[in-house]
Design a protein around this ligand. Sequence first.
Ligand code: CTP
Ligand code: MG
Length: 230
Amino acid sequence: MLYTVLIPAAGSGKRMGADKNKLFLELRNIPILVHTLRVFDKDPNCEQIVLAVKKTEQLFIEQLLMDYRITKVSAIVEGGEERQHSVYAALKVVTSKEVILVHDAARPFIHQEVIEQLVKAAGASGAAVAAVRAKDTMKKVEDGIIQETVDRESLWIIQTPQAFQYALLEKAERLAEAEKFLGTDEAMLVERLGERVHIVDSTYDNVKMTTSEDLLYGEAILNKREQEEQ
Ligand code: CTP
Ligand code: MG
């Protein structure tokens, strides 16, 4: 099943503490953003990539697309103040209105098999997100005091991609904006409509490059994958 992916890349990467957008930092000499784009560029089911970027970084990103021969980017839009605004800006220019994926530019290690499962699940049911089970014991804490131990069986760590039928995501984004609701992911906007969002098992290596330690982890993942390919 074919899909379009929206990739928000208009953040500033404050927690990374670099002197530029973290997406331009390199893992094995290739920018994080390019690693992410390559996954979708070579997935035959991906029809189009829509990128949301900062205006001041657009030319640089266009150059990257040429240098690394990324061919599926059909539109580049200006991102917004918050991630949700960047995603909505990208959604507004989508032309193929079936399954839409939203994927953080900062998660370069997503597996194609997970993407396939997400597209299938969203196509069948409306909404599905990549997730992994919580590994640690989880507790609810208030003012430094444990209130309760939360049953780990019911806890999942949510990642991107998040996949939706176009009409559902469009409605969720439109209503969130009208009601000035700001969520931390797209699923939250769909959940508040009372719609069901399914979980698709993802992998623990689909990490988001957020702080500088993540870069070490990222290099290790790439090393491991290279060894596996040999
Ligand atoms: N993003 C975006 N528009 C924003 C904020 C974030 O498109 N206004 C993008 C980022 O570029 C990133 C993804 O959303 O690919 C996930 O966000 P996050 O990991 O939080 O990245 P940053 O916001 O850049 O980092 P930080 O929060 O540390 O500043
Ligand atoms: Mg952020």
